[in-house]
Design a protein around this ligand. Structure first.
Ligand code: NAD
Length: 554
């Protein structure tokens, strides 16, 4: 049996388990007050626990009640982390059964604040910290990890959400993301390894923060940086031969380069670029079910020209091309704006990733003016500048389009281009809206709209699941397009009627199973999978999903 085919349940035979107090101290074994009378006797726990035996459901109720009475989201985040450190199965049970409520607490938007305060709220380490001072011994560091990793999420902390360089404090992101892999797609937590490549930080505040946990040096750049990344990737693939690696929250200048360097060699992807692209494309597919329009007829204007914007634009172009549009024509249907205005041909010093979208056009400095000049059918905000979809912008989109597509995807909430309420109010309730941060339903003119997050968590867990299940050797754009179709397929007519462009989050495990099956199918079809094709790919993918119920210990 290979590492990735281990049974999902943690081994629990009493003869291999620690006994007594040590069981309660191990979050992968601990059930707390849910140990049965027989288990208490068998494991030497009698007297170490209060006498009443609770069920996991009763424990989960208590956790929820406790979390709900905490004064703010950061406190809730901390309490959930503490639960994770104490009782892993209960932590995942609480997330799986209450994903709508808990996801924003363990991931965006709360994780942004948690990263900013990481040093202050630090309790127990989770994941691996690999520093630039570990050059030459990265394999040794990786070997300290006690489990056989099947999936690594790695960041260097330089562009955490829309918050910039948070250095080693960015570790909260891979940790949160891997919790979502386990909860949303049932990837066993033991297979999930969060990694912080700590090359320093250029954030002056952190360098003088007495509680900063990272290396107190400015960022290592150039050859030394590339060599560290390469040593890490090579060692990770040697020690965990089928491991899938997800790049997370790298700054532009490294994100595109690293993806290009490794994507044809090993199973890697960058969620900020490719996961975002798939979730946005799925949202566009849903919006078009409402308008009845064709993808190839859309004109999309992005506020932002970074990883998310170019990632989405690239996948949209591929999807338009797949529907028969010539690539040159598809490219001209996507326009980017950055902090200097519309990205146009001839602009000096345009970064390489923007050049594909630098079309012939006079310079335009202002987003509203760009809308007036280009008359887009959709605007997608991914610039991390809050409030940029102003009333005027939204009114202009509503003037140009019967059903304007408006995606305000920037995170966290303070960076959102507009609120859901603004999007609906300033378009007379006609906007087809998706957001990056959670917003409550909006009632306008007697109709209630339920905006849903175009959250990558609809996509990356399923992609990871499919890649692990098929032991994919590469993760391709075709897989992300397949993931977008599989996600859009899950949106029901009643979702669309209330303005929801994504399925309800509580259906996430079903969604991830569908995406996982699609990704695995593509891997098998394209000869990118390792091993024989299972008779029923969807059933095979589903059978690998971890369910956080307590195993019986006796
Ligand atoms: P990035 O740093 O790669 O890109 C940001 C881009 O915005 C840059 O091109 C920059 O030039 C541009 N920009 C900055 N100020 C601007 C201004 N005033 N007007 C126009 N453009 C401006 O970051 P990214 O990875 O592309 O992420 C951007 C935002 O999108 C973040 O807030 C991130 O959290 C969010 N995001 C959301 C989702 C999601 O909800 N699904 C997914 C990915 C990223």
């Amino acid at each position: 049996m290979t590492k990735l085919e281990r049974p999902a349940a943690i081994p629990v035979a009493t003869d291999v388990l620690p006994r007594g107090f040590a069981v309660l101290q191990d979050p992968t074994l601990n059930k707390g007050t849910a140990f049965t009378e027989r288990e208490r006797d068998a494991l030497g726990l009698r007297g170490l626990l209060p006498p009443h035996v609770f069920s996991q459901d009763e424990q989960a109720d208590r956790v929820l009640k406790y979390i709900r009475q905490l004064p703010n989201d950061l406190e809730k985040h901390i309490a959930l982390n503490a639960l994770h450190d104490r009782n892993e199965a209960l932590f995942f049970r609480v997330i799986c059964d209450n994903i709508d409520e808990i996801q924003p607490l363990i991931y965006t938007p709360t994780v942004g604040l948690a990263c900013q305060k990481y040093g202050l709220i630090f309790q127990r380490p989770r994941g691996l910290f690999i520093g630039s001072n570990d050059r030459g011994r990265v394999a040794e560091v990786l070997q300290n990890w006690p489990y056989p990793a099947g999936l690594i999420v790695v960041t260097d902390g330089e562009r955490i959400l829309g918050l910039g360089d948070l250095g080693a404090n960015g570790m909260g992101i891979p940790v949160g993301k891997l919790s979502l892999y386990a909860a949303c797609a049932g990837i066993h937590p033991n297979l999930c390894l969060p990694v912080m490549l700590d090359v320093g930080t250029n954030n002056g505040e952190l360098l003088t923060d007495p509680y900063y946990v990272g290396l107190r040096q400015r960022r290592v750049r150039g050859e030394a940086y590339d060599e560290l990344v390469d040593e890490f990737i090579t060692a990770a693939r040697r020690i965990f031969p089928e491991v899938v690696i997800q790049f997370e929250d790298f700054a532009n200048h490294n994100a595109f380069r690293l993806l290009a360097r490794y994507r044809d060699r090993i199973p890697v992807f960058n969620d900020d670029i490719q996961g975002t692209a798939a979730v946005a494309l799925a949202g566009i597919f849903s919006a078009l079910r409402i308008t009845g329009g064709e993808l190839t007829a859309q004109k999309i204007l992005f506020l932002g020209a970074g990883e998310a914007a170019t990632g989405i634009a690239n996948l949209v172009v591929s999807a338009m091309a797949a529907q028969g549009l010539a690539e040159q024509e598809a490219l001209r249907r996507c326009w980017l704006t950055d902090s200097r205005g519309l990205v146009v041909k001839g602009r000096a010093d345009l970064a390489e990733h923007k050049q594909r979208y630098a079309h012939d056009h006079a310079p335009v400095g202002d987003f509203l003016a760009a809308i007036q000049a280009l008359k887009p059918t959709a605007i997608i905000g991914v610039a991390a500048v809050g409030g940029t979809f102003t009333r005027e912008v939204l009114e202009e989109m509503a003037r140009l389009n019967e059903r304007p597509i408006v995606f305000a995807l920037s995170n966290p909430t303070s960076k959102s281009e507009c609120t859901a309420e603004e999007a609906y109010r300033h378009t007379g309730g006609r906007a087809l809206f998706a957001c990056g941060s959670p917003f409550d339903p909006v009632t306008l003119g007697g109709k209630t709209f339920v905006p849903r997050q175009g959250n990558n968590s609809y996509i990356f867990p399923g992609v990871g699941l499919g890649a692990i299940a098929s032991r994919a050797r590469k993760i391709t754009d075709e897989m992300f397009m397949g993931a977008a179709h599989a996600l859009a397929h899950c949106v029901t007519e009643s979702d669309l009627e209330q303005g929801s462009l994504y399925p309800a989050l509580p259906r996430i495990r079903e969604v991830s199973a569908g995406i996982g099956a699609k990704v695995a199918q593509i891997a098998y079809r394209r000869g990118l999978a390792t091993g024989p094709v299972p008779q029923d790919i969807a059933a095979d993918v589903k059978s690998r999903m971890y369910d956080p119920v307590y195993p019986s210990c006796v």
